[in-house]
Write a protein that binds this ligand. Structure first.
Ligand code: DLZ
Ligand code: SF4
Length: 517
Protein backbone atom coordinates (compact mmCIF):
# COMPACT_ATOMS: atom_id res chain seq x y z
CA UNK A 1 0.00 0.00 0.00
CA UNK A 2 1.48 3.35 -1.09
CA UNK A 3 1.54 5.85 1.72
CA UNK A 4 1.06 9.35 0.37
CA UNK A 5 1.69 12.68 2.05
CA UNK A 6 -0.51 15.35 0.49
CA UNK A 7 0.79 18.87 0.99
CA UNK A 8 -1.85 21.61 0.71
CA UNK A 9 -0.73 25.25 0.43
CA UNK A 10 -2.58 28.22 1.88
CA UNK A 11 -4.27 29.19 -1.39
CA UNK A 12 -5.32 25.62 -2.23
CA UNK A 13 -8.26 25.34 0.15
CA UNK A 14 -10.59 23.50 -2.21
CA UNK A 15 -11.97 20.06 -1.47
CA UNK A 16 -11.70 19.35 -5.20
CA UNK A 17 -8.02 20.34 -5.44
CA UNK A 18 -6.05 17.93 -7.64
CA UNK A 19 -3.76 16.81 -4.81
CA UNK A 20 -6.73 15.57 -2.74
CA UNK A 21 -8.72 13.99 -5.54
CA UNK A 22 -7.69 10.39 -4.92
CA UNK A 23 -7.02 10.80 -1.19
CA UNK A 24 -8.00 7.92 1.10
CA UNK A 25 -8.71 8.80 4.74
CA UNK A 26 -7.25 5.61 6.24
CA UNK A 27 -4.15 5.52 4.04
CA UNK A 28 -2.91 9.08 3.48
CA UNK A 29 -1.70 12.00 5.56
CA UNK A 30 -2.43 15.60 4.72
CA UNK A 31 0.08 18.31 5.57
CA UNK A 32 -0.64 22.01 6.06
CA UNK A 33 1.84 24.50 7.49
CA UNK A 34 1.72 28.07 8.77
CA UNK A 35 5.20 29.43 8.09
CA UNK A 36 6.90 32.75 8.73
CA UNK A 37 8.59 32.78 5.33
CA UNK A 38 5.23 32.96 3.51
CA UNK A 39 3.92 35.66 5.85
CA UNK A 40 6.96 37.88 5.40
CA UNK A 41 8.43 37.46 1.88
CA UNK A 42 6.56 40.68 1.41
CA UNK A 43 5.05 42.37 4.49
CA UNK A 44 1.52 41.05 3.98
CA UNK A 45 -1.41 42.97 5.42
CA UNK A 46 -2.27 41.45 8.84
CA UNK A 47 -5.87 40.87 7.66
CA UNK A 48 -4.59 38.85 4.73
CA UNK A 49 -2.42 36.66 6.96
CA UNK A 50 -5.28 36.19 9.42
CA UNK A 51 -7.69 35.35 6.59
CA UNK A 52 -5.39 32.68 5.19
CA UNK A 53 -4.43 31.17 8.56
CA UNK A 54 -8.03 31.04 9.72
CA UNK A 55 -9.25 29.64 6.39
CA UNK A 56 -6.44 27.04 6.54
CA UNK A 57 -7.41 26.00 10.07
CA UNK A 58 -11.08 25.71 9.11
CA UNK A 59 -10.21 23.70 6.01
CA UNK A 60 -8.02 21.37 8.07
CA UNK A 61 -10.86 20.91 10.58
CA UNK A 62 -13.29 20.02 7.76
CA UNK A 63 -10.88 17.43 6.39
CA UNK A 64 -10.43 15.96 9.87
CA UNK A 65 -14.21 15.72 10.22
CA UNK A 66 -14.24 13.76 6.97
CA UNK A 67 -11.90 11.26 8.62
CA UNK A 68 -8.58 12.42 7.19
CA UNK A 69 -5.47 12.54 9.29
CA UNK A 70 -4.30 16.15 8.98
CA UNK A 71 -0.88 17.13 10.21
CA UNK A 72 -1.33 20.86 10.78
CA UNK A 73 1.74 22.84 11.83
CA UNK A 74 0.85 26.10 13.55
CA UNK A 75 3.02 29.18 13.31
CA UNK A 76 4.04 29.02 16.97
CA UNK A 77 4.45 25.22 17.23
CA UNK A 78 7.76 24.18 18.75
CA UNK A 79 10.19 23.09 16.06
CA UNK A 80 8.40 24.89 13.19
CA UNK A 81 11.25 25.70 10.82
CA UNK A 82 9.10 28.40 9.15
CA UNK A 83 9.38 27.58 5.47
CA UNK A 84 7.69 25.21 3.03
CA UNK A 85 10.62 23.06 2.04
CA UNK A 86 12.04 22.38 5.49
CA UNK A 87 8.56 21.80 6.93
CA UNK A 88 7.94 19.22 4.22
CA UNK A 89 11.27 17.56 5.02
CA UNK A 90 10.35 17.43 8.72
CA UNK A 91 6.91 16.01 7.88
CA UNK A 92 8.50 13.30 5.72
CA UNK A 93 10.65 12.32 8.68
CA UNK A 94 7.51 12.04 10.85
CA UNK A 95 5.31 10.16 8.36
CA UNK A 96 7.82 8.27 6.21
CA UNK A 97 5.62 8.44 3.09
CA UNK A 98 6.39 6.61 -0.16
CA UNK A 99 5.60 9.74 -2.10
CA UNK A 100 4.45 13.33 -1.76
CA UNK A 101 1.62 14.80 -3.83
CA UNK A 102 1.20 18.56 -4.28
CA UNK A 103 -0.68 20.87 -6.63
CA UNK A 104 1.34 23.39 -8.62
CA UNK A 105 1.63 26.67 -6.71
CA UNK A 106 0.47 30.13 -7.77
CA UNK A 107 3.86 31.79 -7.58
CA UNK A 108 7.01 31.29 -9.59
CA UNK A 109 9.32 31.47 -6.54
CA UNK A 110 7.46 28.52 -4.94
CA UNK A 111 7.34 26.63 -8.25
CA UNK A 112 11.10 26.96 -8.58
CA UNK A 113 11.68 25.85 -5.02
CA UNK A 114 9.30 22.92 -5.51
CA UNK A 115 11.60 21.50 -8.19
CA UNK A 116 14.06 20.70 -5.40
CA UNK A 117 11.59 19.17 -2.93
CA UNK A 118 11.97 15.56 -4.08
CA UNK A 119 15.71 15.65 -3.57
CA UNK A 120 15.35 17.37 -0.19
CA UNK A 121 12.78 14.81 1.02
CA UNK A 122 14.30 11.71 -0.52
CA UNK A 123 10.92 10.58 -1.95
CA UNK A 124 9.23 11.32 -5.27
CA UNK A 125 7.16 14.50 -5.35
CA UNK A 126 4.29 14.48 -7.81
CA UNK A 127 3.31 18.02 -8.85
CA UNK A 128 -0.24 18.07 -10.22
CA UNK A 129 -1.78 20.67 -12.47
CA UNK A 130 -4.02 23.20 -10.74
CA UNK A 131 -7.19 22.50 -12.67
CA UNK A 132 -9.32 24.89 -10.63
CA UNK A 133 -8.43 27.33 -13.41
CA UNK A 134 -10.54 27.08 -16.54
CA UNK A 135 -7.62 27.49 -18.91
CA UNK A 136 -4.57 25.32 -18.33
CA UNK A 137 -1.07 26.68 -18.75
CA UNK A 138 -0.66 24.43 -21.80
CA UNK A 139 -3.91 25.60 -23.38
CA UNK A 140 -2.95 29.23 -22.90
CA UNK A 141 0.45 28.61 -24.46
CA UNK A 142 -1.27 27.03 -27.48
CA UNK A 143 -3.66 29.98 -27.74
CA UNK A 144 -0.74 32.42 -27.58
CA UNK A 145 1.41 30.62 -30.13
CA UNK A 146 2.00 32.58 -33.31
CA UNK A 147 -0.10 35.55 -32.21
CA UNK A 148 1.48 38.97 -32.55
CA UNK A 149 -0.66 40.42 -29.80
CA UNK A 150 -2.11 38.62 -26.81
CA UNK A 151 -5.29 40.61 -26.32
CA UNK A 152 -7.66 39.71 -23.51
CA UNK A 153 -10.73 40.32 -25.66
CA UNK A 154 -9.92 37.50 -28.11
CA UNK A 155 -8.91 35.13 -25.34
CA UNK A 156 -12.17 35.92 -23.57
CA UNK A 157 -14.26 35.15 -26.65
CA UNK A 158 -12.46 31.85 -26.94
CA UNK A 159 -13.29 31.07 -23.30
CA UNK A 160 -16.95 32.01 -23.81
CA UNK A 161 -17.13 29.58 -26.74
CA UNK A 162 -15.33 26.85 -24.77
CA UNK A 163 -17.55 27.11 -21.71
CA UNK A 164 -20.79 28.09 -23.47
CA UNK A 165 -21.33 30.85 -20.91
CA UNK A 166 -23.68 33.59 -22.18
CA UNK A 167 -23.73 31.95 -25.61
CA UNK A 168 -26.60 31.67 -28.03
CA UNK A 169 -25.31 28.88 -30.26
CA UNK A 170 -22.05 30.25 -31.57
CA UNK A 171 -23.10 33.89 -31.00
CA UNK A 172 -22.79 35.91 -27.80
CA UNK A 173 -26.06 36.45 -25.97
CA UNK A 174 -27.43 39.90 -26.84
CA UNK A 175 -25.30 40.13 -29.99
CA UNK A 176 -22.23 41.70 -28.36
CA UNK A 177 -19.30 40.07 -26.58
CA UNK A 178 -18.54 42.94 -24.28
CA UNK A 179 -20.77 45.55 -22.64
CA UNK A 180 -18.00 47.55 -21.00
CA UNK A 181 -19.28 50.77 -22.60
CA UNK A 182 -22.37 50.46 -20.41
CA UNK A 183 -20.35 49.91 -17.25
CA UNK A 184 -19.07 53.42 -16.63
CA UNK A 185 -22.03 55.26 -15.17
CA UNK A 186 -21.70 57.67 -12.28
CA UNK A 187 -23.61 57.07 -9.10
CA UNK A 188 -26.60 59.43 -8.89
CA UNK A 189 -26.52 61.79 -5.90
CA UNK A 190 -28.35 60.28 -2.95
CA UNK A 191 -27.91 56.67 -4.13
CA UNK A 192 -26.12 54.48 -1.60
CA UNK A 193 -24.82 50.95 -2.12
CA UNK A 194 -26.32 48.12 -0.05
CA UNK A 195 -24.31 47.22 3.07
CA UNK A 196 -21.27 44.98 2.64
CA UNK A 197 -21.46 41.35 3.75
CA UNK A 198 -19.75 40.55 7.06
CA UNK A 199 -19.02 37.37 9.02
CA UNK A 200 -18.55 37.36 12.80
CA UNK A 201 -15.19 35.85 13.84
CA UNK A 202 -15.57 32.48 15.58
CA UNK A 203 -13.17 31.11 18.22
CA UNK A 204 -10.73 29.77 15.61
CA UNK A 205 -10.56 33.17 13.93
CA UNK A 206 -10.15 34.91 17.28
CA UNK A 207 -7.20 32.65 18.12
CA UNK A 208 -5.65 33.50 14.76
CA UNK A 209 -6.26 37.22 15.29
CA UNK A 210 -4.37 37.07 18.59
CA UNK A 211 -1.51 35.17 16.95
CA UNK A 212 -1.26 37.49 13.93
CA UNK A 213 -1.62 40.64 16.04
CA UNK A 214 1.28 39.48 18.19
CA UNK A 215 3.57 38.39 15.37
CA UNK A 216 2.75 40.68 12.45
CA UNK A 217 1.13 43.68 14.13
CA UNK A 218 3.95 45.86 12.79
CA UNK A 219 2.94 45.23 9.16
CA UNK A 220 0.92 47.93 7.35
CA UNK A 221 -2.84 47.41 7.78
CA UNK A 222 -5.57 47.13 10.39
CA UNK A 223 -6.15 43.63 11.70
CA UNK A 224 -9.55 44.45 13.17
CA UNK A 225 -12.42 44.65 12.65
CA UNK A 226 -12.14 41.32 10.85
CA UNK A 227 -15.21 40.18 8.94
CA UNK A 228 -13.93 37.92 6.15
CA UNK A 229 -15.53 34.57 5.39
CA UNK A 230 -13.07 31.81 6.30
CA UNK A 231 -14.99 28.72 5.17
CA UNK A 232 -16.39 27.68 1.79
CA UNK A 233 -19.91 27.85 3.23
CA UNK A 234 -19.50 31.44 4.41
CA UNK A 235 -17.79 32.43 1.16
CA UNK A 236 -20.81 31.04 -0.69
CA UNK A 237 -23.08 33.06 1.59
CA UNK A 238 -21.02 36.18 0.76
CA UNK A 239 -21.42 35.43 -2.94
CA UNK A 240 -25.18 34.81 -2.61
CA UNK A 241 -25.46 38.15 -0.84
CA UNK A 242 -23.80 39.81 -3.83
CA UNK A 243 -26.12 38.03 -6.27
CA UNK A 244 -29.21 39.04 -4.32
CA UNK A 245 -28.34 42.65 -3.50
CA UNK A 246 -25.58 44.04 -5.69
CA UNK A 247 -25.18 42.17 -8.98
CA UNK A 248 -28.02 43.98 -10.76
CA UNK A 249 -26.28 47.36 -10.36
CA UNK A 250 -22.72 46.03 -10.41
CA UNK A 251 -22.33 46.66 -14.14
CA UNK A 252 -23.57 50.24 -14.15
CA UNK A 253 -21.32 51.40 -11.32
CA UNK A 254 -18.37 49.06 -11.83
CA UNK A 255 -15.90 51.89 -12.43
CA UNK A 256 -17.40 54.46 -10.06
CA UNK A 257 -15.80 55.76 -6.88
CA UNK A 258 -17.49 57.40 -3.93
CA UNK A 259 -16.17 59.11 -0.82
CA UNK A 260 -16.19 56.77 2.23
CA UNK A 261 -17.85 53.96 0.22
CA UNK A 262 -15.13 51.38 -0.27
CA UNK A 263 -16.94 48.37 -1.71
CA UNK A 264 -20.02 49.82 -3.51
CA UNK A 265 -21.70 47.15 -5.67
CA UNK A 266 -18.59 44.97 -5.95
CA UNK A 267 -18.71 41.29 -5.08
CA UNK A 268 -15.53 41.31 -2.92
CA UNK A 269 -15.08 37.60 -3.57
CA UNK A 270 -11.58 37.69 -5.07
CA UNK A 271 -9.89 36.60 -1.80
CA UNK A 272 -12.24 33.59 -1.69
CA UNK A 273 -11.72 32.66 -5.33
CA UNK A 274 -7.95 32.97 -5.07
CA UNK A 275 -7.67 30.97 -1.85
CA UNK A 276 -9.93 28.23 -3.22
CA UNK A 277 -13.04 28.78 -1.10
CA UNK A 278 -15.13 29.55 -4.19
CA UNK A 279 -15.05 27.85 -7.57
CA UNK A 280 -14.78 30.23 -10.56
CA UNK A 281 -16.95 28.28 -12.99
CA UNK A 282 -19.71 27.79 -10.41
CA UNK A 283 -19.71 31.55 -9.72
CA UNK A 284 -19.97 32.35 -13.44
CA UNK A 285 -22.83 29.88 -13.89
CA UNK A 286 -24.69 31.27 -10.87
CA UNK A 287 -24.37 34.80 -12.27
CA UNK A 288 -25.57 33.59 -15.68
CA UNK A 289 -28.64 32.07 -13.99
CA UNK A 290 -29.47 35.49 -12.53
CA UNK A 291 -29.49 36.92 -16.06
CA UNK A 292 -31.54 34.05 -17.49
CA UNK A 293 -34.08 34.42 -14.67
CA UNK A 294 -34.41 38.14 -15.44
CA UNK A 295 -33.03 39.21 -12.07
CA UNK A 296 -29.91 40.97 -13.38
CA UNK A 297 -29.22 42.81 -16.64
CA UNK A 298 -26.79 41.58 -19.26
CA UNK A 299 -24.24 44.39 -18.81
CA UNK A 300 -23.87 43.43 -15.13
CA UNK A 301 -23.65 39.67 -15.68
CA UNK A 302 -21.38 39.88 -18.72
CA UNK A 303 -19.12 42.32 -16.83
CA UNK A 304 -18.91 39.97 -13.86
CA UNK A 305 -18.26 36.88 -15.98
CA UNK A 306 -15.62 38.73 -18.04
CA UNK A 307 -13.61 39.50 -14.90
CA UNK A 308 -13.48 35.82 -13.93
CA UNK A 309 -13.63 33.88 -17.18
CA UNK A 310 -11.68 36.46 -19.18
CA UNK A 311 -9.38 38.69 -17.20
CA UNK A 312 -8.53 36.38 -14.28
CA UNK A 313 -7.66 33.44 -16.54
CA UNK A 314 -5.87 35.68 -19.03
CA UNK A 315 -3.51 37.28 -16.47
CA UNK A 316 -2.69 33.87 -15.07
CA UNK A 317 -1.92 32.63 -18.58
CA UNK A 318 0.38 35.59 -19.22
CA UNK A 319 2.13 35.07 -15.88
CA UNK A 320 3.11 31.47 -16.57
CA UNK A 321 3.86 32.13 -20.21
CA UNK A 322 6.23 35.00 -19.51
CA UNK A 323 7.83 34.27 -16.14
CA UNK A 324 10.49 34.63 -14.87
CA UNK A 325 11.76 37.30 -17.30
CA UNK A 326 8.47 39.18 -17.15
CA UNK A 327 9.16 40.55 -13.67
CA UNK A 328 12.50 42.02 -14.75
CA UNK A 329 11.36 44.30 -17.57
CA UNK A 330 11.15 48.08 -17.08
CA UNK A 331 10.00 49.55 -20.39
CA UNK A 332 9.66 53.10 -19.06
CA UNK A 333 12.91 52.95 -17.03
CA UNK A 334 10.99 54.08 -13.98
CA UNK A 335 13.21 54.17 -10.90
CA UNK A 336 11.67 56.30 -8.16
CA UNK A 337 10.89 55.02 -4.69
CA UNK A 338 7.32 54.29 -3.67
CA UNK A 339 6.24 57.36 -1.69
CA UNK A 340 6.10 56.58 2.01
CA UNK A 341 2.44 57.62 2.20
CA UNK A 342 1.52 54.37 0.41
CA UNK A 343 2.28 52.77 3.78
CA UNK A 344 0.23 55.25 5.81
CA UNK A 345 -2.43 56.97 3.68
CA UNK A 346 -1.11 60.26 5.01
CA UNK A 347 -1.42 62.52 1.96
CA UNK A 348 -3.44 65.61 1.12
CA UNK A 349 -4.48 64.18 -2.27
CA UNK A 350 -7.94 62.94 -1.37
CA UNK A 351 -8.25 60.22 -4.03
CA UNK A 352 -5.04 58.60 -2.79
CA UNK A 353 -5.91 59.09 0.87
CA UNK A 354 -9.26 57.37 0.24
CA UNK A 355 -7.85 54.45 -1.74
CA UNK A 356 -4.88 53.86 0.58
CA UNK A 357 -6.95 54.49 3.73
CA UNK A 358 -9.49 51.81 2.81
CA UNK A 359 -6.68 49.47 1.75
CA UNK A 360 -5.22 49.88 5.24
CA UNK A 361 -8.60 49.22 6.87
CA UNK A 362 -9.90 46.44 4.61
CA UNK A 363 -7.02 44.93 2.58
CA UNK A 364 -9.33 45.67 -0.35
CA UNK A 365 -9.79 48.25 -3.09
CA UNK A 366 -11.75 47.78 -6.29
CA UNK A 367 -10.15 47.59 -9.70
CA UNK A 368 -10.51 51.26 -10.68
CA UNK A 369 -9.09 52.42 -7.36
CA UNK A 370 -6.12 50.09 -7.89
CA UNK A 371 -5.62 50.90 -11.57
CA UNK A 372 -6.59 54.55 -11.81
CA UNK A 373 -5.80 55.98 -8.37
CA UNK A 374 -2.87 54.27 -6.61
CA UNK A 375 -1.63 52.69 -9.85
CA UNK A 376 -2.00 55.71 -12.09
CA UNK A 377 -0.25 57.94 -9.57
CA UNK A 378 2.72 55.54 -9.30
CA UNK A 379 2.88 55.37 -13.11
CA UNK A 380 2.84 59.16 -13.54
CA UNK A 381 5.46 59.60 -10.84
CA UNK A 382 7.77 57.02 -12.41
CA UNK A 383 7.99 54.64 -9.45
CA UNK A 384 10.12 51.53 -9.99
CA UNK A 385 7.80 48.64 -11.00
CA UNK A 386 9.29 46.29 -8.40
CA UNK A 387 8.43 48.72 -5.58
CA UNK A 388 4.86 49.02 -6.82
CA UNK A 389 4.47 45.26 -7.27
CA UNK A 390 5.69 44.55 -3.77
CA UNK A 391 3.13 46.97 -2.38
CA UNK A 392 0.18 45.43 -4.24
CA UNK A 393 1.30 41.91 -3.37
CA UNK A 394 1.53 42.84 0.31
CA UNK A 395 -1.56 44.93 0.91
CA UNK A 396 -4.43 43.12 -0.82
CA UNK A 397 -6.04 40.03 0.66
CA UNK A 398 -6.58 38.59 -2.83
CA UNK A 399 -3.01 39.16 -4.05
CA UNK A 400 -0.90 36.20 -5.13
CA UNK A 401 1.82 36.83 -7.64
CA UNK A 402 0.12 35.04 -10.58
CA UNK A 403 -2.63 37.66 -10.48
CA UNK A 404 -0.82 40.61 -8.95
CA UNK A 405 2.22 40.78 -11.20
CA UNK A 406 0.58 41.00 -14.65
CA UNK A 407 -1.98 43.46 -13.30
CA UNK A 408 0.59 45.73 -11.67
CA UNK A 409 3.74 45.28 -13.70
CA UNK A 410 1.92 45.08 -17.04
CA UNK A 411 -1.44 46.79 -16.81
CA UNK A 412 -0.66 49.50 -14.26
CA UNK A 413 3.03 50.27 -14.85
CA UNK A 414 3.33 49.33 -18.56
CA UNK A 415 6.71 47.89 -17.56
CA UNK A 416 6.22 45.00 -20.01
CA UNK A 417 6.12 47.44 -22.94
CA UNK A 418 2.66 46.36 -24.04
CA UNK A 419 2.33 42.59 -23.63
CA UNK A 420 -0.82 43.06 -21.58
CA UNK A 421 -2.20 46.50 -22.44
CA UNK A 422 -1.56 48.27 -25.71
CA UNK A 423 -0.90 51.59 -23.94
CA UNK A 424 -0.25 52.89 -20.43
CA UNK A 425 -3.43 53.76 -18.55
CA UNK A 426 -2.11 57.22 -17.70
CA UNK A 427 -4.81 59.70 -16.72
CA UNK A 428 -5.04 63.20 -15.30
CA UNK A 429 -7.32 64.29 -12.46
CA UNK A 430 -10.09 64.75 -15.02
CA UNK A 431 -10.68 60.98 -15.17
CA UNK A 432 -10.91 60.67 -11.38
CA UNK A 433 -13.28 63.60 -11.26
CA UNK A 434 -15.50 62.01 -13.91
CA UNK A 435 -15.63 58.65 -12.14
CA UNK A 436 -16.50 59.83 -8.64
CA UNK A 437 -16.73 62.51 -5.98
CA UNK A 438 -13.24 62.40 -4.47
CA UNK A 439 -12.30 65.75 -6.01
CA UNK A 440 -15.19 67.49 -4.25
CA UNK A 441 -13.50 66.66 -0.94
CA UNK A 442 -9.94 67.54 -1.96
CA UNK A 443 -7.84 70.57 -1.13
CA UNK A 444 -6.56 70.64 -4.73
CA UNK A 445 -8.51 71.99 -7.66
CA UNK A 446 -9.01 69.37 -10.33
CA UNK A 447 -9.89 72.08 -12.87
CA UNK A 448 -6.48 73.74 -12.56
CA UNK A 449 -3.52 72.39 -14.52
CA UNK A 450 -0.70 74.45 -13.11
CA UNK A 451 0.35 76.12 -9.87
CA UNK A 452 0.19 75.31 -6.19
CA UNK A 453 -3.61 74.77 -6.05
CA UNK A 454 -3.68 72.59 -9.18
CA UNK A 455 -4.45 68.87 -8.91
CA UNK A 456 -0.98 67.26 -8.95
CA UNK A 457 -2.22 64.54 -11.29
CA UNK A 458 -2.82 67.17 -13.96
CA UNK A 459 0.76 68.39 -14.27
CA UNK A 460 2.20 64.94 -13.43
CA UNK A 461 0.20 63.58 -16.37
CA UNK A 462 1.78 65.99 -18.88
CA UNK A 463 5.16 65.64 -17.22
CA UNK A 464 4.84 61.85 -17.74
CA UNK A 465 4.01 62.42 -21.40
CA UNK A 466 7.01 64.69 -21.80
CA UNK A 467 9.42 62.38 -19.95
CA UNK A 468 8.30 59.38 -22.02
CA UNK A 469 7.95 61.06 -25.39
CA UNK A 470 10.73 58.92 -26.91
CA UNK A 471 9.13 55.69 -25.76
CA UNK A 472 5.44 56.43 -26.29
CA UNK A 473 4.93 59.03 -28.98
CA UNK A 474 4.96 56.41 -31.76
CA UNK A 475 2.26 54.33 -30.11
CA UNK A 476 -0.87 54.89 -32.26
CA UNK A 477 -3.07 54.67 -29.16
CA UNK A 478 -1.17 57.62 -27.66
CA UNK A 479 -1.55 59.81 -30.74
CA UNK A 480 -4.21 62.03 -29.22
CA UNK A 481 -2.35 63.19 -26.08
CA UNK A 482 0.85 63.66 -28.05
CA UNK A 483 -0.98 65.81 -30.60
CA UNK A 484 -2.16 67.97 -27.71
CA UNK A 485 1.29 68.08 -26.15
CA UNK A 486 2.82 69.27 -29.40
CA UNK A 487 0.57 72.31 -29.26
CA UNK A 488 1.97 73.33 -25.85
CA UNK A 489 4.24 76.40 -25.99
CA UNK A 490 7.77 75.82 -24.64
CA UNK A 491 6.93 78.09 -21.65
CA UNK A 492 3.96 75.89 -20.78
CA UNK A 493 6.11 72.77 -20.95
CA UNK A 494 8.66 74.44 -18.70
CA UNK A 495 6.00 75.43 -16.15
CA UNK A 496 4.64 71.85 -16.05
CA UNK A 497 8.13 70.41 -15.60
CA UNK A 498 8.76 72.89 -12.80
CA UNK A 499 5.47 72.09 -11.03
CA UNK A 500 6.31 68.39 -11.27
CA UNK A 501 9.87 68.95 -10.04
CA UNK A 502 8.64 70.92 -7.03
CA UNK A 503 6.01 68.28 -6.23
CA UNK A 504 8.55 65.46 -6.43
CA UNK A 505 10.96 67.33 -4.20
CA UNK A 506 8.16 67.92 -1.68
CA UNK A 507 7.08 64.29 -1.38
CA UNK A 508 10.57 62.77 -1.39
CA UNK A 509 12.53 65.52 0.30
CA UNK A 510 15.07 65.24 -2.53
CA UNK A 511 14.82 66.24 -6.18
CA UNK A 512 15.22 62.82 -7.79
CA UNK A 513 13.31 60.54 -5.44
CA UNK A 514 15.40 57.57 -6.47
CA UNK A 515 17.84 56.69 -3.65
CA UNK A 516 16.29 53.49 -2.41
CA UNK A 517 14.69 52.24 -5.60
C1 DLZ B 1 0.18 34.16 1.61
C2 DLZ B 1 0.43 33.03 2.56
C3 DLZ B 1 0.73 33.28 3.88
C4 DLZ B 1 0.72 34.67 4.44
N1 DLZ B 1 1.02 32.30 4.72
C5 DLZ B 1 0.98 31.02 4.31
C6 DLZ B 1 1.31 29.95 5.16
O1 DLZ B 1 1.70 30.13 6.30
N2 DLZ B 1 1.19 28.69 4.67
C7 DLZ B 1 0.81 28.43 3.42
O2 DLZ B 1 0.70 27.27 3.04
N3 DLZ B 1 0.55 29.43 2.55
C8 DLZ B 1 0.62 30.71 2.98
N4 DLZ B 1 0.36 31.72 2.12
C9 DLZ B 1 0.02 31.39 0.73
C10 DLZ B 1 1.27 31.04 -0.05
O3 DLZ B 1 2.14 32.16 -0.06
C11 DLZ B 1 0.88 30.61 -1.45
O4 DLZ B 1 0.37 29.33 -1.40
C12 DLZ B 1 2.07 30.66 -2.34
O5 DLZ B 1 2.31 32.00 -2.65
C13 DLZ B 1 1.90 29.89 -3.63
O6 DLZ B 1 0.89 30.46 -4.38
FE1 SF4 C 1 -7.20 63.39 -6.60
FE2 SF4 C 1 -6.66 65.63 -7.95
FE3 SF4 C 1 -9.17 64.97 -7.44
FE4 SF4 C 1 -7.58 65.74 -5.45
S1 SF4 C 1 -8.25 66.98 -7.17
S2 SF4 C 1 -9.00 64.01 -5.42
S3 SF4 C 1 -5.63 64.89 -6.08
S4 SF4 C 1 -7.74 63.84 -8.72
Amino acid sequence: MTRTLRFILGDQLSRSIASLRDAEPDRDDILMVEVGAEATYVPHHPKKIAFLFSAMRHFAAELSQQGFSVDYVRLDDAGNSQDFRSELVRACERHKPDRVVVTEPGEWRVWEDMQGWAEACGVPVEIREDDRFLCSRAHFARWAEGRKQLRMEFFYRDMRRRTGLLMDGDKPVGGQWNYDQENRKSIPKGTAAPPAFAVQPDQTTQDVLALVGGRFGDHFGDLEPFDFAVTAADAEAAFEDFLAHRLASFGDYQDAMKQDSPTLWHAVISPYLNAGLLDPLTCCKRAETEYLAGRAPLNAVEGFIRQILGWREYVRGIYWLKMPDYAETNFLDADRKLPTFYWSGDTDMNCLAQAIGQTKRLAYAHHIQRLMVTGNFALLLGVAPKEVCEWYLAVYADAFEWVELPNTHGMVMHADGGVLGSKPYAASGKYINRMGDYCEHCRYDVKQGEGSKACPLNYLYWNFMMENEDRLADNPRMAMPYRTLRRFAPEKRARIAEDARRFIERIYGDPAGTEAA
